[in-house]
Write a protein of this length. Structure first.
Lengths: 427, 363
């Protein structure tokens, strides 16, 4: 392996210790974090690297390089996606035979494939939240001029986000950046691909007996189209109104804030008579709440988690009206007196179960539930004890959920003879 | 099934002064397999995407059959992009994998079954309809993926470098399968590739593009035997045609110590010098001393045949030369040989414009 070539932004020396001279399929068990089998074009395996887990995908050199660059560009644009670690080419076996190049990406802690988000069957509310999260991701990608080409639940990882999900792009192999923005045709094509793939994925769950009876796969797949369109219109659509209704400018800004977006640039012009105003957002930026939370407290959270934490922070500020104190100082106080004590009270062995911000959100939910049940204001410390014992302890660890994983059916397997059902009944 | 017509179709990106696709006029016949080929950035993918509705047409128009589709959304154009997605769902039968997209389109159940059966027959997949994809070989899985496009019964198939993520061996296999399947189906197909070998082996006709401009459209044979300009001459064929400058002489062009006869009329407007082209198999190699003197650098043996790689000097400039030689009996590296062209297979191009000067070779 003299000609091994590694391209990496921040190379981890431990990368060189992995057995690059062995086909990925045959890597020894002590390096493998899980053995995936599922739906993908290429063989993907999860591998231990230092204290982390990375996904290693065998692919063609030019595809590995272009995907690495696409992921780096998406990261620069603050689009949620997996973290590209390295491209490795020039692999050879000890007998000199060439091996396929690989793309290495870092596993996102607390992110999960959609199949890991339910234990037995996918329930309707979860399905809708997954599709909504994917629609939001697709809108954000299209706004920055990225055509995905293979939009699907399988090519996405999901992180819990205060009752909703935040979607992360995992597979950019078919993606393309268009510097002049996407045409309507390109956006429509991505949407059609999304719809077909989601329908296929849900029908597959149904065929495997893992879909709730109340879910109609086709109808749910239509959901991405309507959700995408309403988001797209809200984020980019023009609006016009009479001069006397100028309050609608602020209303639009507030609606976008509520969706989690800030307007960076809004075009406003009036017609010649001056009686009608036209507005259209030109540049929008996701992360309205998470940015504000980060600025005030230094806590990095998903958008809905941030919204939840900010609500609690606001309530804290209302309870502690100290004239003259600036909000940042009070926010700092909230972190020290409320947030951190909760996080630090979680026993070490339970810390891999949920991210701190998600845990805090669930604790607030739990306190609300207890207060309703007991018809009194349950203090946070009391709710915390109850939450740790009756909820958190019984959850599975989600810090490194890559099983059931995504992966590849790449190799032919012997024909399995099943009882020949009439295929017509299933088409 | 339908014809596809590009009329003066142009794609100009905002802020760009040169069109990505420049006034393309092209008619693709009903049932034809047309390959768009050219180097990276030549506009071949943009042309395909204009037909698919993914790129706007800045001026001109595109017709599928009699229908002007220039402003029709992609999903209403009755086209299918093949191989955009290889996903096969493990818990669904082959039949379900092939037919589920028809459910989304609201096709009634009876008709779904009919269409799936029809496609499966064409793809030799009928015995597997009730099975799960894990029971299939790699090639069968690809046919199922193809089946997903076929059941939609589109008027036109579009394929954009569909083999680019396959390894070399599977690529050659799949190339043959796609070409023979297309002939069986008889569905008009537009196929994009940067690989001229793929173009030559698959297409009924090939359209060569460069810098957004259509250079030549023709059968593989036409492009090979009568390239319309220096670009097509150098792009089509592997190893590439030898192209170098030559002086015009009385009755022909100078080729080292000899003059190769070229019809006077062809050279009437050529000036003092032309570009000549000779394919490696049309180079005659000898040790006689007549023709162009070439120093042999290396000989690549491929069994029955071999390729001689050497160099010569024309007007003080080094020119690399490739010649096909006998695989068993050939000069060796370090030797000096003389080459002459098969006179019937000499291509002559204008030195300035690069356009072909002699008429097509017809024998």
């Amino acid at each position: 392996m003299s000609a091994l070539s590694v391209t990496a932004a921040t190379p981890d020396p431990a990368l060189l210790d992995l057995p690059w001279d062995v086909p990925l399929e045959l890597w020894p068990n002590d390096t493998i974090a899980a053995l995936p089998k599922g739906i993908s074009r290429h063989l993907v395996r999860f591998v231990h690297l230092g204290g982390e887990v990375v996904a290693v995908k065998e692919t063609l050199a030019e595809l590995a390089r272009s995907e690495y660059e696409l992921l780096r560009t998406l990261q620069r644009l603050s689009i949620p996606c997996v973290d590209p670690v390295a491209v490795i080419v020039g692999r050879t076996q000890s007998d000199g035979e060439a091996l396929e190049p690989v793309l290495v990406t870092r596993h996102l802690r607390f992110s999960m494939p959609y199949r890991a988000l339910f234990s037995r069957t996918l329930r309707p509310d979860t399905a809708v939240r997954l599709v909504d999260a994917l629609a939001l991701l697709l809108v954000r990608l299209h706004i920055v001029g990225f055509f995905w080409g293979d939009v699907s639940l399988s090519n996405t990882l999901f992180r819990r986000d205060a009752g909703a999900f935040a979607a992360y792009l995992v597979d950019a192999e078919t993606g393309e950046f268009h510097e002049h923005g996407l045409s309507a045709g390109q956006r429509e094509h991505d949407l059609e691909i999304a719809q077909v793939n989601i329908a296929g994925e849900l029908l597959d769950l149904q065929a495997g007996g893992r879909l709730d009876d109340d879910i109609d796969p086709i109808e749910t797949s239509h959901g991405i189209v309507s959700q995408y369109r309403s988001l797209w219109n809200e984020l980019t659509g023009p609006e016009q109104f009479a001069q006397s209704e100028r309050w609608r400018i602020n209303a639009r800004v507030q609606r976008l804030n509520a969706l989690g977006f800030d307007i960076e640039e809004l075009s406003i012009h009036t017609d010649e008579s001056g009686s009608t105003v036209h507005i259209q957002p030109k540049v929008v930026d996701a992360g309205h709440h998470s940015r504000r939370l980060l600025q005030l407290t230094g806590i990095d959270a998903q958008e809905n988690q941030a919204r939840r934490l900010l609500n609690d922070l606001d309530a804290y500020l209302a309870r502690h009206p100290a004239a003259g104190d600036d909000p940042e100082q009070l926010a700092h106080e909230w972190v020290e007196r409320v947030f951190e004590p909760v996080v630090n009270a979680v026993p070490r062995e339970l810390r891999g179960k949920l991210e701190p911000a998600e845990l805090f959100h669930q604790l607030l939910d739990h306190r609300w539930f207890l207060s309703q049940q007991q018809d009194r204001d349950v203090p946070l410390a009391e709710a915390l004890t109850s939450y740790l014992d009756s909820v958190l302890r019984h959850r599975r660890d989600e810090a490194a959920m890559y099983n059931p994983p995504t992966g590849a059916i790449t190799l032919p397997i012997d024909i399995v003879d099943e009882p020949e059902a009439d295929w017509r009944s299933k088409v | 099934m339908a014809t596809v017509t590009f009329e003066n179709a142009t794609r100009l990106y905002p802020g760009s002064s040169r069109p990505a696709v420049d006034s393309i006029d092209l008619t693709i016949e009903d049932g034809e397999f047309l390959v768009l080929v050219g180097p990276s950035g030549c506009g071949k993918s943009t042309t395909l995407r204009m037909l698919a509705g993914l790129e706007e047409v800045t001026s001109g128009s595109i017709h599928i059959g009699d229908r002007n589709v220039t402003d029709v959304p992609p999903k209403d154009r009755d086209i299918a992009m093949v191989f955009q997605n290889y996903a096969l769902y493990p818990h669904m039968t082959v039949a379900e994998n092939m037919g589920f997209a028809l459910k989304i389109a609201g096709v009634p159940k009876e008709e779904r079954a009919e269409r799936v059966l029809e496609a499966a027959k064409m793809l030799d997949l009928e015995p597997y309809l009730a099975r799960k994809p894990k029971a299939l070989s790699g090639g069968q899985r690809q046919r199922v993926a193809m089946g997903r496009a076929i059941v939609r019964q589109p008027q036109v198939f579009l394929m954009d470098e569909p083999l680019s993520n396959l390894d070399a061996k599977l690529r050659v296999q799949t190339r043959t399968q796609i070409a023979s399947l297309q002939r069986r189906l008889g569905i008009t197909t537009v196929y994009v590739t940067h690989d001229q070998t793929e173009a030559l082996t698959m297409g009924d006709r090939i359209a060569v593009l460069k810098d957004g401009v259509l250079q030549q459209v023709g059968t593989p044979r036409e492009l090979y035997e009568a390239p319309t300009n220096v670009f097509v001459a150098g792009f089509i064929g592997s190893p590439a045609m030898n192209l170098f400058p030559a002086d015009v002489a009385d009755g022909g062009v100078r080729f080292g110590s000899m003059t190769v006869p070229v019809e006077r009329a062809s050279l009437a407007d050529a000036g003092d010098s032309v570009t000549i082209g000779v394919r490696p198999e049309d180079v005659v190699v000898s040790r006689t001393g007549e023709g162009l003197r070439v120093d042999v650098d290396v000989v690549e043996e491929l069994g029955a045949d071999g390729y001689l790689y050497g160099h010569t000097e024309v007007n003080g400039n080094r020119v690399d030369i490739v010649a096909r030689v006998d695989g068993r009996d050939h000069p060796d590296a370090g030797e000096t040989v003389y080459i002459t062209p098969e006179p019937h297979h000499l291509h002559v191009f204008d030195r300035e414009s690069g356009e072909r000067l002699v008429p097509p070779i017809t024998d």
